[in-house]
Design a protein around this ligand. Structure first.
Ligand SMILES: *[C@@H]1O[C@H](CO)[C@@H](O)[C@H](O)[C@H]1NC(C)=O
Ligand SMILES: *[C@@H]1O[C@H](CO)[C@@H](O)[C@H](O)[C@H]1NC(C)=O
Ligand SMILES: *[C@@H]1O[C@H](CO)[C@@H](O)[C@H](O)[C@H]1NC(C)=O
Ligand SMILES: *[C@@H]1O[C@H](CO)[C@@H](O)[C@H](O)[C@H]1NC(C)=O
Ligand SMILES: *[C@@H]1O[C@H](CO)[C@@H](O)[C@H](O)[C@H]1NC(C)=O
Length: 444
């Protein structure tokens, strides 16, 4: 596999050059949202436990997912991603909650977000790319562009996103204001935001009545699915803007983690003998430094002899995508998930799957992943390019699942980045990208 990785190096060199250039030319200020972040101290549980539906949320569950046959993986049968927000490695690692959890699982000490701000990181986790996105604004991805959900569908592996305070399943709006259950004397509050929801980005999740539409779910749906023992095999949990630390700070988020995980780790409908929980952050808070974040592997799938241990293998969000591929022998997306530097997978999964592609990345080869506002792509106005097919080298790669690349109907495999038009500044002509308007989703 390493010769394939080597073939991708020229692409990476270009990306690195772009990053270095941008780092030299821009002193990027902290976004106002971070500066304004109030340090709320006291976590308010939305219900007695995450196993119970909550009236703090707007909608009650309207029916659970159908139980699907379990497709066995090589190291785990269920993966549960839990993402918190904007916290530096050291800030998280200093708290008792995370220190306690570290003893129950494995800590990845050299794990990185792939960019700033939030939305492109959530996007990258499911699509292997952020397509030039460098803000948190409305963006969508057309149906010929693969995501992890297409890879899972190919093998009949069930999935869902569970979004705290999303008002109802399939919800498509940019955000949602509702009664403030944390501080009832305060005005209505935006607890749910689309930018943190990987099941919201592709137009394939936007059509009411489809299977995918109902896999974009909220936490009352989670409670109901859990009770019915119908939790899918691939899960993404996004706590609300207070509970994930975004609007509140890390000690508040730690209290949510205690509330959310303490019972669930003992619940066999959640933590079966073969469950892997990946507790991580989207990005670190300090933009002016490398984007290292604390990542914990929890759940019964973590081998006994590794509990309390750590791994310093260089990893990124793309590596969790590749880990999922290795576990189930999935096809790949041909993007960051096969990048030679950025796609190391969880070591114990590599061992179980017989994957030989992991290699430690020396410090001088590690790219700066704290860039913001520089790469070209379909989700930026200033350096717009169309959605491309993966590079020919990436199309030829085996990927961590050893199953080759997935290309969907409607994708021209020859429309690769080297054949495409140069980036265009749409702002000069007063335009914006087609993929930045909610009104266009229905046209796809
Ligand atoms: C993104 O949204 C912000 C705030 O709504 C707005 O000021 C900005 O112009 C938007 N950027 C683009 C590229 O649409
Ligand atoms: C259930 O359906 C009703 C009516 O369509 C809706 O108002 C409610 O929000 C839904 N609840 C959930 C959790 O989707
Ligand atoms: C990224 O981190 C490097 C190293 O700490 C720093 O020199 C650079 O200014 C940062 N870039 C941004 C955009 O903050
Ligand atoms: C963000 O991550 C980098 C890389 O590990 C680290 O050097 C930096 O200290 C982090 N930021 C803070 C403030 O901890
Ligand atoms: C993917 O679909 C979009 C929208 O239909 C189209 O503009 C684009 O050219 C397609 N990309 C490729 C590589 O075929």
């Amino acid at each position: 596999m390493s010769h394939i990785k080597a073939a991708l190096l020229p692409t990476l060199a270009l990306i690195l050059a772009a990053i270095v250039l941008s780092a030299a030319s821009s002193a990027v200020a902290q976004p106002a949202s971070l500066l304004r972040r109030a340090k709320k101290q006291s976590f308010v549980p939305p219900s007695t436990s995450p196993e119970e539906q909550s009236d703090a949320y707007q909608g009650r569950n309207n029916g659970t997912l159908a139980r699907q046959p379990i497709v066995p993986g090589k190291a785990f049968d269920r993966i549960i991603h839990v993402w918190l927000e904007n916290t530096d490695y050291s800030a998280a690692a200093s708290l008792a909650t995370f220190q306690r959890l570290q003893k129950q699982g494995q800590t990845l000490t050299s794990f990185h977000g792939v960019t700033h701000p939030s939305e492109p990181n959530y996007m990258a986790s499911a699509f292997g790319s952020f397509f030039g996105l460098h803000d948190d604004n409305f963006s969508w991805i057309p149906k010929n562009i693969t995501s992890v959900y297409d890879l899972l569908d190919k093998k009949g592996i069930s999935y869902a996103c569970y979004q705290e305070n999303m008002p109802f399943q399939g919800f498509q709006d940019y955000d949602n204001k509702q009664k403030n259950y944390v501080d009832p004397s305060a005005p209505d509050y935006t607890f749910y935001v689309r930018k943190h929801n990987p099941c919201a980005f592709s137009s394939t999740f936007a059509k009411p009545g489809t299977e995918r539409y109902k896999r974009n779910r909220n936490m009352n749906d989670f409670a109901a699915d859990l009770k019915a023992d119908a939790l899918p095999q691939h899960i993404f949990v996004t706590p609300n803007m207070d509970d994930d630390g975004h609007d509140s700070g890390i000690s508040y988020a730690a209290q949510w983690v205690d509330w959310f995980l303490s019972d669930l780790l003992k619940n066999p409908h959640f933590n079966s003998e073969r469950t892997l929980v990946v507790l991580t952050f989207d990005e670190n808070e300090t933009y002016a430094a490398e984007n290292r974040i604390l990542t914990l592997l929890l759940g019964n799938a973590v081998p006994q002899n590794l509990r309390g241990s750590s791994s310093d293998l260089y990893m990124t969000h793309y590596g969790i995508l590749a880990t999922t591929q290795a576990n189930w022998g999935l096809m790949h997306l041909g993007r960051g998930d096969v990048d030679p530097i950025l796609s190391n997978i969880v070591p114990f999964v590599a061992e179980a799957a017989g994957y030989k592609g992991n290699a430690q990345v020396p410090l001088e080869k590690r790219p700066l992943l704290n860039l913001t506002g520089v790469t070209a792509g379909p989700l930026t106005e200033t350096q717009y390019q169309p959605f491309f097919a993966p590079t020919k080298q990436a199309q030829a790669a085996n990927g961590a699942g050893g199953a080759g690349v997935l290309l969907l109907p409607g994708l021209d495999p020859n429309a690769t980045p080297d054949k495409g038009p140069a980036p265009k500044n749409l702002k000069l002509t007063g335009g914006s990208s087609f993929y930045r308007s909610q009104a266009n989703v229905a046209k796809d």
